[in-house]
Design a protein around this ligand. Structure first.
Ligand code: PCA
Length: 220
């Protein structure tokens, strides 16, 4: 008898900042139901709202009991797929979220640690993507908006659960060409390539135990 497939939770965000599309949700829903390695993808859309995004994530975690959790978000202006290294315990919003909230210097989780590292094999993912011809780099900041908020909440939850082998983290992705066409000069990546990249990243996270020890640092 074959073992039941593991559950992979893949989240994406609804559009924000008056946009009509968010590639993070387009990628997540394109992969929904797909089998990758020995897991099956379950796509869940998160509201781009402080607090509510965390609540929706909590529901999905409780309902699915996934063994891998990857949250995706748009990083407008980035040209590469960027697995994030670290989530920080701060909400500091330059623009309002979709409920009009704009917190300044508030903790994501009061009294919790300043930061958590991703438990995804971020360097192995970047290597895998580059080898497949897809631009990728490790990012050392997920910002201080709703993406970092969800990333921090996810890592805080995982750090408090005795669930060995459960990994999680966050990947920022570029804008879609249709978004860049409205903002000339903005970097973009076609949806197909983004989907291919996230599929490869998930496969790496499902199959590579130990991350690579290769340089992905930045001077500033
Ligand atoms: N990107 C935003 C929030 C939602 C999204 O897709 C961010 O980087 O915080």
């Amino acid at each position: 008898m074959t073992a039941p497939a593991k559950r992979i939770l893949l989240t994406g965000f609804e559009p924000f900042d008056k946009d009509s599309v968010n590639p993070s949700w387009e990628v997540a829903r394109a992969l929904d139901g797909e089998q990758i390695a020995d897991g099956v993808v379950h796509a869940v859309q998160l509201p781009c709202v402080f607090g509510a995004a965390m609540a929706t994530l909590d529901e999905a975690l409780a309902g699915l009991q996934p063994s891998l959790i990857i949250s995706l978000g748009l990083a407008g202006g980035r040209s590469e797929i960027t697995p994030e290294r670290v989530a920080i315990n701060i909400d500091d919003a330059r623009i309002p979220d979709n409920a009009g909230k704009q917190p300044v210097d508030q903790s994501v989780v009061h009294g919790a640690p300043a930061a958590y590292f991703s438990t995804l094999p971020i360097k192995a993912m970047v290597r895998q993507l580059r080898d497949a011809g897809i631009p990728a780099s490790v990012s050392n900041t997920a910002g201080t908006f709703v993406c970092n908020h969800v990333f921090y909440a996810l890592m805080h939850r995982l750090s408090r659960r005795a669930a060995p082998g459960v990994r999680g983290g966050f990947i920022h992705i570029p804008a879609l060409p249709q978004q860049a066409a409205r903002q000339p000069g903005m970097a973009s990546m076609a949806l197909d390539l983004q989907v291919q990249g996230i599929r490869a990243a998930i496969h790496t996270a499902m199959t590579v135990e130990q991350d690579l020890q290769e340089n992905a640092g930045q001077l500033h």
